[in-house]
Design a protein around this ligand. Structure first.
Ligand code: TYD
Length: 206
């Protein structure tokens, strides 16, 4: 029914927000399927373990993009499309905007090639709404785990380019993406997100 993605830098609090949004929408009677990338399928969880393992070391950004895209392709076909077809709201923690931000802006992979990859992996499935949850680099650093995973271990300049890419999304994708202040009150963030989602739910004509 309605496809919503959550994006933003590491440590922005997307997972907590996702739980709050799901609870609120379900209390209103909607069916909500919450998923995350990379992961949420058997193969996705295994590829996720490779992508986040610090022991894997540096990877070429296009290699990373292909691995994230493999997870995405599987998730779109086996979980997202069926849930949307069944009338659920799908709440997805990260999607191709993360590939554009991390592997593209952060890692320097060719944006044109990444766009083509996104199209192949998703079959052209574009979110109805993208909530970019933004936090300052200080808050992001504080909220990241003490033992960073492979992606969290990227340097400050890389993370700054990632954040800039997310912040420019509303300009690049007007109507689809909005930026939320991840440092504001949790209840307020849930309420603002739910209000934006409700606007995108197709009305049933009686
Ligand atoms: P995760 O623990 O899910 O982080 P978060 O809770 O911040 O979403 O790890 C996912 C990591 O992978 C995160 O650092 C962002 C990164 N990532 C990419 O680099 N490219 C992608 O296409 C996706 C989906 C995630």
């Amino acid at each position: 029914m309605t496809f919503v993605t959550l994006e933003g830098p590491d440590g922005a609090g997307k997972s907590t927000l996702s739980v709050g949004i799901k609870r609120e929408l379900e209390s209103m009677g909607f069916s909500v399927v919450a998923l995350r990338e990379p992961g949420s399928t058997p193969v996705g969880e295994r590829v996720r373990a490779i992508l986040l393992d610090p022991a894997v070391g540096a990877l070429d950004p296009m290699t990373e993009a292909l691995l994230f895209s493999a997870c995405r392709s599987e998730l779109v076909r086996t979980a997202i499309r069926p849930a949307l077809a069944a009338g659920s709201i799908v709440l997805l923690d990260r999607y191709f905007d993360s590939t554009m931000a991390y592997q593209g802006a952060g890692g320097g992979a060719d944006p044109g090639a990444l766009e083509a990859l996104a199209l192949a992996a998703t079959g052209g499935l574009i979110p109805d709404l993208t909530l970019v949850v933004d936090v300052s680099p200080n808050v992001s650093a504080r909220r990241r785990l003490t033992s960073p995973d492979r992606m969290e271990a990227k340097d400050h300049a890389y993370r700054a380019r990632v954040r800039e890419s997310f912040l420019s999304l509303p300009n690049r994708r007007p109507g689809r993406a909005i930026v939320l202040n991840g440092e504001s009150d949790r209840e307020a963030l849930v309420a603002e997100s739910v209000a934006e989602i409700i606007k995108r739910i197709p009305r049933v004509i009686p």
